[in-house]
Design a protein around this ligand. Structure first.
Ligand SMILES: [Fe+2]
Ligand SMILES: [Fe+2]
Length: 277
């Protein structure tokens, strides 16, 4: 029985990579832009615990999957998210040590939210949350890796490599949780409602993390930084407008993540052609 809908040209391959990011993390590594740097740093804080939640919610159903291809993809997915966790744990520790941010406070907020989700929701709802967050991750990955993206070519080299590696693997495994959810007869209504809720939560979590960082950096009332934020998030080439066309497709009935074809991005990344722009 076919349950996997990842294209046959895409292999979900965990790559055990390490990145020399310690010195970049002590600075505003994105083109000297404090807002965009803090946005990514704040998202990074949520990853190790978030990715653990994703792995657990997918693994819960692994024994009920019959398609050998999807079973292998679940293993690839867990392997990739496992390496992402390791690299972002190191990222977060190094970042907080270098810049004086309170990692216990920042991670504690994420941990409490996820604990609440584990206690409150059944495994199917937790999987719907993972499906929704994986969609958000995949559209963010497109933003990082697309040819005409404002992200390309601006960050310090090692940071760009790390975010590209993470983004590319997110694109490779973007439909694994989704395919498991479909195979387990998850409803369209629940996945759509999960996306609405998780979008608000992840933006809130990113922004509250950034407020802590700005306070520590003495940037909280900097007009320059908030102007950078308005341009990055809301501007014509900004994040929200860039991701919107892909993001909103999730609300279509019968949506599948590979209806957004990102195989060209993966081919370019594998061929090492991304940083040429
Ligand atoms: Fe990841
Ligand atoms: Fe992922």
């Amino acid at each position: 029985m076919q349950q996997s809908h990842t294209p046959s040209s895409v292999s979900i391959q965990p790559r055990n990579r390490r990145f020399d990011i310690a010195s970049a993390l002590s600075r505003d590594w994105f083109d000297n832009n404090a807002f965009i740097t803090a946005w990514h740093n704040s998202l990074s804080i949520t990853f190790p615990l978030g990715e653990k939640f994703f792995i657990d919610s997918v693994r819960h159903f692994a024994s009920q999957i019959e398609d050998e291809k999807l079973k292998a993809e679940i293993r690839g997915f867990c392997g990739q998210e496992g390496f992402h966790r390791r690299e972002h744990e190191l990222y977060n520790e190094t970042l907080c040590n270098a810049r004086g941010y309170d990692l216990t406070l920042l991670e504690g907020r994420v941990a409490r939210r996820l604990e609440f989700a584990r206690r409150r929701f059944d495994p199917m709802t937790q999987l719907a949350i993972t499906v929704a967050l994986e969609h958000i991750t995949a559209v963010m990955a497109e933003f990082h890796l697309r040819n005409d993206s404002p992200f390309r070519g601006k960050p310090e080299k090692a940071m760009e490599e790390l975010w590209h590696w993470h983004g590319a693997e997110e694109l490779e495994h973007k439909s694994v949780a989704f395919d498991v959810y479909r195979a387990m007869n998850g409803t369209e209504a629940m996945r759509i409602s999960a996306l609405r809720r998780t979008t608000v939560l992840i933006i809130w979590r990113a922004l509250t993390g950034m407020l802590h960082m700005f306070r520590k950096d003495g940037n909280l009332f900097s007009l320059r930084v908030w102007a950078q934020g308005a341009k990055f998030l809301l501007g014509r080439e900004g994040l929200f407008r860039s991701v919107w066309p892909s993001y909103k497709q999730f609300f279509k009935p019968d949506f599948h993540p590979w209806q957004i074809d990102t195989q060209d991005i993966l081919r370019d990344w594998e061929a090492g052609q991304l940083s040429a722009t």
